[in-house]
Write a protein of this length. Sequence first.
Length: 331
Amino acid sequence: MDTNLRPLSLGEILDRTAQLYRSNFLLFAGIAAVYAGALLVLNLIQIGLQELLQAEHWTRQLAWLTRSATGVSMLLAFIFAGAAVAANNRAVGWLHLGQSPTIRGAYSDILPRLGRYLWLMTITAIVVWLPIAVLYGVYFATVLHFNQVAAGAGGPSAAAGNQSMLIFGVATAVFLLLLIPIGIYTVLMGLRYALAVPACVVENIKARQAIRRSIELSKGSRGRIFLLGLLVISIQIGLVLVTQAAFFVVGFKNHGVLSAGIRALQQVVAFVTNTFIGPVYATGLTLFYYDQRVRKEGYDIERMMDAAGLTAPVVAPQSAAEPPLPGVSQE
């Protein structure tokens, strides 16, 4: 039954990921479509409201709407993306163990604990991405501040321009020097936490326990996980370039201005892209999670013993007339 529960090479995990994706395309596309569809609806609503406000010449309201809509969209996208990732992990786990999941069944299983999964993703995102986000923020804030100071002090003079260029050059050099170690930190921490969500979903454990499990399970396999991520990113970049190339050309010809219809079509194409590519990385990570459990904990042997009934607890039969013991559940 669990013929896939054995140590797998990187090539075998990639083959297994592709095989699962091909043979269960509608399942994975349906799970990813929930997130991609929500993102599509949010973006189409934002485009419609922007066009309405522009037609009414409400410039101040348009700027406020854009900022507010961006914040709301990011929050809702995070929630729907987290649900889709968790549902994908659940479906892959069932498939890998020989079961037959459904889109509804995967979401029904993870929704009661969605808050836990989102909290886990929030913790890992902060630890992994906060340093690089702070670096970018400080860089742009520094450049903007000193440009404003130079412009205020010297106006449009050549000296002010030279000072601005000097500040920009120094800030950029420092930024690039710091970007290397912080980038390495981001990659390493991302690999440490890569198996946290599969562990949380499959083992039904809390966020911090899942992080500790990921740190332990990922040891010895982080290089292979990095190659998986590199492959998926390459595929995603290639797919985005192919599907979005026409929109880039139209935007270039129109000085960055796209009509509402073109922007709506762009969002529809992005929906298709997100639906296709979204499940691949989560599927591969779930397979890595099971592979590491097999390698480190003998999970394949544990499953075989469970199937044979060798690990089931022995419970002494109780007389029907005998009252239940206090505090013992009779389920």
